[in-house]
Design a protein around this ligand. Structure first.
Ligand code: MLT
Length: 242
Protein backbone atom coordinates (compact mmCIF):
# COMPACT_ATOMS: atom_id res chain seq x y z
CA UNK A 1 0.00 0.00 0.00
CA UNK A 2 1.11 3.54 -0.58
CA UNK A 3 1.42 6.27 2.03
CA UNK A 4 1.99 9.87 0.98
CA UNK A 5 2.57 12.57 3.55
CA UNK A 6 2.28 16.25 2.69
CA UNK A 7 4.15 18.71 4.89
CA UNK A 8 1.70 21.47 3.91
CA UNK A 9 -1.76 21.11 2.35
CA UNK A 10 -1.26 23.52 -0.56
CA UNK A 11 0.17 21.37 -3.36
CA UNK A 12 -2.07 18.35 -2.95
CA UNK A 13 -4.13 17.78 -6.08
CA UNK A 14 -7.49 16.00 -6.07
CA UNK A 15 -6.17 12.90 -7.84
CA UNK A 16 -3.73 12.26 -4.97
CA UNK A 17 -6.62 11.83 -2.53
CA UNK A 18 -9.44 10.29 -4.49
CA UNK A 19 -10.66 7.01 -3.01
CA UNK A 20 -8.01 6.96 -0.27
CA UNK A 21 -7.93 7.27 3.50
CA UNK A 22 -7.10 10.85 4.37
CA UNK A 23 -5.74 11.86 7.79
CA UNK A 24 -5.86 15.58 8.60
CA UNK A 25 -3.39 16.68 11.29
CA UNK A 26 -3.21 20.00 13.12
CA UNK A 27 -2.21 19.09 16.64
CA UNK A 28 -1.77 22.75 17.75
CA UNK A 29 -4.63 22.95 18.09
CA UNK A 30 -7.59 22.21 15.79
CA UNK A 31 -7.25 18.39 15.74
CA UNK A 32 -6.81 18.24 19.50
CA UNK A 33 -9.78 20.56 20.02
CA UNK A 34 -11.97 18.42 17.74
CA UNK A 35 -11.05 15.28 19.72
CA UNK A 36 -11.77 17.02 23.02
CA UNK A 37 -15.12 18.45 21.82
CA UNK A 38 -16.31 15.01 20.72
CA UNK A 39 -15.12 13.44 23.97
CA UNK A 40 -17.14 16.09 25.83
CA UNK A 41 -20.29 15.03 23.99
CA UNK A 42 -20.53 17.46 21.07
CA UNK A 43 -22.89 15.97 18.46
CA UNK A 44 -20.70 17.11 15.59
CA UNK A 45 -18.10 19.63 14.53
CA UNK A 46 -18.63 21.58 11.32
CA UNK A 47 -15.29 22.94 10.10
CA UNK A 48 -15.54 26.13 8.07
CA UNK A 49 -12.93 28.46 6.58
CA UNK A 50 -14.14 31.96 7.46
CA UNK A 51 -15.78 33.44 10.59
CA UNK A 52 -18.64 34.81 8.43
CA UNK A 53 -19.44 31.29 7.23
CA UNK A 54 -19.57 30.16 10.85
CA UNK A 55 -22.17 32.74 11.83
CA UNK A 56 -24.25 31.97 8.73
CA UNK A 57 -24.08 28.27 9.56
CA UNK A 58 -25.24 28.98 13.11
CA UNK A 59 -28.30 30.87 11.85
CA UNK A 60 -29.08 27.98 9.52
CA UNK A 61 -28.75 25.24 12.13
CA UNK A 62 -30.25 27.13 15.07
CA UNK A 63 -28.57 29.38 17.60
CA UNK A 64 -29.66 27.31 20.65
CA UNK A 65 -28.05 24.11 19.50
CA UNK A 66 -24.84 25.59 18.14
CA UNK A 67 -21.56 26.65 19.68
CA UNK A 68 -19.30 28.94 17.65
CA UNK A 69 -15.61 28.23 18.15
CA UNK A 70 -12.46 29.49 16.57
CA UNK A 71 -9.39 31.66 16.59
CA UNK A 72 -7.32 34.05 14.60
CA UNK A 73 -3.70 34.48 15.69
CA UNK A 74 -4.53 32.03 18.48
CA UNK A 75 -7.12 34.32 20.12
CA UNK A 76 -10.89 33.78 20.30
CA UNK A 77 -12.80 35.53 17.50
CA UNK A 78 -14.96 38.45 18.65
CA UNK A 79 -18.55 37.39 19.26
CA UNK A 80 -17.71 33.67 19.30
CA UNK A 81 -18.56 31.43 22.25
CA UNK A 82 -15.22 29.67 22.48
CA UNK A 83 -11.69 30.04 21.14
CA UNK A 84 -9.54 27.13 19.96
CA UNK A 85 -8.15 25.96 23.28
CA UNK A 86 -9.11 22.29 23.75
CA UNK A 87 -9.40 22.97 27.46
CA UNK A 88 -12.43 25.20 26.81
CA UNK A 89 -14.42 22.39 25.20
CA UNK A 90 -15.90 20.99 28.40
CA UNK A 91 -19.17 19.04 28.73
CA UNK A 92 -21.04 21.99 30.14
CA UNK A 93 -20.17 24.03 27.05
CA UNK A 94 -20.60 21.54 24.21
CA UNK A 95 -22.55 18.43 25.25
CA UNK A 96 -25.39 17.79 22.78
CA UNK A 97 -24.38 20.81 20.67
CA UNK A 98 -23.01 21.20 17.17
CA UNK A 99 -19.72 23.10 17.20
CA UNK A 100 -19.05 25.30 14.17
CA UNK A 101 -15.28 25.74 14.14
CA UNK A 102 -13.03 28.05 12.13
CA UNK A 103 -9.27 28.14 12.71
CA UNK A 104 -6.36 29.73 10.85
CA UNK A 105 -5.07 26.51 9.29
CA UNK A 106 -6.59 23.34 10.71
CA UNK A 107 -10.18 23.68 9.51
CA UNK A 108 -9.16 24.47 5.93
CA UNK A 109 -9.21 21.51 3.60
CA UNK A 110 -12.03 19.53 5.14
CA UNK A 111 -13.92 19.98 1.87
CA UNK A 112 -11.68 17.16 0.64
CA UNK A 113 -13.89 14.74 2.59
CA UNK A 114 -16.02 14.26 -0.51
CA UNK A 115 -13.02 13.03 -2.51
CA UNK A 116 -11.47 10.68 -0.01
CA UNK A 117 -13.05 7.39 0.92
CA UNK A 118 -12.53 8.05 4.60
CA UNK A 119 -11.41 11.28 6.31
CA UNK A 120 -10.01 11.01 9.83
CA UNK A 121 -8.92 13.81 12.16
CA UNK A 122 -5.61 12.76 13.68
CA UNK A 123 -3.61 14.05 16.63
CA UNK A 124 -1.19 12.72 19.21
CA UNK A 125 -4.06 12.44 21.70
CA UNK A 126 -5.80 9.81 19.53
CA UNK A 127 -2.89 8.35 17.58
CA UNK A 128 -3.52 4.67 18.41
CA UNK A 129 -7.22 4.94 17.48
CA UNK A 130 -6.20 6.52 14.16
CA UNK A 131 -3.62 3.79 13.55
CA UNK A 132 -6.25 1.07 14.07
CA UNK A 133 -8.75 2.73 11.75
CA UNK A 134 -6.23 3.34 8.97
CA UNK A 135 -5.04 -0.25 9.13
CA UNK A 136 -8.63 -1.63 9.18
CA UNK A 137 -9.48 0.49 6.15
CA UNK A 138 -6.61 -1.27 4.35
CA UNK A 139 -6.25 1.25 1.55
CA UNK A 140 -3.69 3.85 0.49
CA UNK A 141 -3.33 6.61 3.05
CA UNK A 142 -2.65 10.31 2.57
CA UNK A 143 -1.46 12.27 5.62
CA UNK A 144 -2.10 16.00 5.35
CA UNK A 145 -0.20 18.19 7.81
CA UNK A 146 -1.90 21.56 8.27
CA UNK A 147 1.37 23.40 8.94
CA UNK A 148 1.35 27.07 9.78
CA UNK A 149 0.29 29.73 7.28
CA UNK A 150 1.56 27.63 4.38
CA UNK A 151 4.82 26.69 6.13
CA UNK A 152 6.01 23.37 7.50
CA UNK A 153 5.28 22.80 11.19
CA UNK A 154 7.35 20.45 13.32
CA UNK A 155 4.45 19.27 15.49
CA UNK A 156 2.24 18.06 12.64
CA UNK A 157 5.18 16.40 10.90
CA UNK A 158 6.15 14.59 14.12
CA UNK A 159 2.58 13.39 14.54
CA UNK A 160 2.48 12.18 10.91
CA UNK A 161 5.81 10.41 11.49
CA UNK A 162 4.48 8.73 14.62
CA UNK A 163 1.41 7.54 12.71
CA UNK A 164 3.63 6.04 10.01
CA UNK A 165 5.84 4.40 12.64
CA UNK A 166 2.80 2.81 14.29
CA UNK A 167 1.33 1.68 10.97
CA UNK A 168 4.62 -0.03 10.15
CA UNK A 169 5.38 -1.51 13.57
CA UNK A 170 2.09 -1.94 15.52
CA UNK A 171 -0.19 -2.58 12.54
CA UNK A 172 2.60 -4.24 10.52
CA UNK A 173 1.45 -2.62 7.30
CA UNK A 174 3.73 -2.72 4.32
CA UNK A 175 3.89 0.83 3.06
CA UNK A 176 5.57 2.46 0.13
CA UNK A 177 6.40 5.98 1.37
CA UNK A 178 6.92 9.24 -0.48
CA UNK A 179 9.99 11.27 0.51
CA UNK A 180 8.09 13.57 2.88
CA UNK A 181 6.73 10.49 4.67
CA UNK A 182 10.31 9.14 5.00
CA UNK A 183 11.37 12.50 6.39
CA UNK A 184 8.52 12.55 8.94
CA UNK A 185 9.36 9.00 9.99
CA UNK A 186 13.05 9.89 10.49
CA UNK A 187 12.07 12.99 12.44
CA UNK A 188 9.76 11.02 14.71
CA UNK A 189 12.21 8.17 15.26
CA UNK A 190 14.98 10.55 16.27
CA UNK A 191 12.68 12.51 18.61
CA UNK A 192 10.33 9.89 19.99
CA UNK A 193 11.64 10.32 23.53
CA UNK A 194 11.34 14.10 23.48
CA UNK A 195 8.11 14.78 21.62
CA UNK A 196 6.74 17.33 24.05
CA UNK A 197 10.01 19.23 24.38
CA UNK A 198 10.57 19.33 20.61
CA UNK A 199 7.02 20.54 19.98
CA UNK A 200 7.17 23.14 22.76
CA UNK A 201 10.39 24.50 21.22
CA UNK A 202 8.76 24.79 17.77
CA UNK A 203 7.47 28.13 16.45
CA UNK A 204 3.80 27.52 17.18
CA UNK A 205 4.53 25.89 20.54
CA UNK A 206 6.55 28.95 21.59
CA UNK A 207 3.88 31.32 20.29
CA UNK A 208 1.07 29.59 22.16
CA UNK A 209 3.09 29.62 25.38
CA UNK A 210 3.84 33.32 24.89
CA UNK A 211 0.14 34.21 24.57
CA UNK A 212 -0.81 32.14 27.62
CA UNK A 213 -1.73 28.76 26.14
CA UNK A 214 1.25 26.69 27.32
CA UNK A 215 -1.14 24.17 28.91
CA UNK A 216 -2.65 23.50 25.46
CA UNK A 217 0.79 22.42 24.24
CA UNK A 218 1.02 20.02 27.19
CA UNK A 219 -2.46 18.67 26.54
CA UNK A 220 -1.84 18.23 22.81
CA UNK A 221 1.30 16.19 23.47
CA UNK A 222 -0.32 13.65 25.86
CA UNK A 223 -0.18 10.61 23.61
CA UNK A 224 -3.46 8.61 23.51
CA UNK A 225 -5.09 10.71 26.25
CA UNK A 226 -8.31 11.24 24.20
CA UNK A 227 -8.86 7.93 22.41
CA UNK A 228 -11.74 9.02 20.17
CA UNK A 229 -11.96 8.60 16.42
CA UNK A 230 -13.32 11.64 14.57
CA UNK A 231 -14.43 10.86 11.01
CA UNK A 232 -16.09 13.14 8.46
CA UNK A 233 -19.54 12.53 7.03
CA UNK A 234 -21.20 15.02 4.71
CA UNK A 235 -19.10 17.96 5.92
CA UNK A 236 -19.59 17.13 9.61
CA UNK A 237 -17.01 15.58 11.89
CA UNK A 238 -18.57 12.95 14.12
CA UNK A 239 -17.48 10.09 16.34
CA UNK A 240 -16.89 6.84 14.52
CA UNK A 241 -19.28 4.25 15.94
CA UNK A 242 -17.34 1.17 14.78
C1 MLT B 1 -4.71 26.54 13.30
O1 MLT B 1 -5.71 26.11 12.72
O2 MLT B 1 -3.81 27.13 12.74
C2 MLT B 1 -4.50 26.32 14.76
O3 MLT B 1 -5.41 25.44 15.28
C3 MLT B 1 -4.22 27.62 15.42
C4 MLT B 1 -4.30 27.60 16.93
O4 MLT B 1 -3.32 27.35 17.59
O5 MLT B 1 -5.37 27.83 17.47
Amino acid sequence: MRSDLFLVPGPVGEQRMTGKTLVMIDILRASTTICQALKSGARAIIPVVEPGEATEMRSKIGVDITVLGGERKGIKIDGFDLGNSPLEYTEDKVKGKTVVLTTSNGTRGYNRAALSKLLITGALVNISAVTRKVSQAGQDVVILCAGQDGDFSIEDTLCGGMLLHKLLTDAKMELELNDAAELALLLYRSNSRALRQTIARGEHGRYLTKIGFGSDVEMATEVDSIPVLPISRESRIILDEN
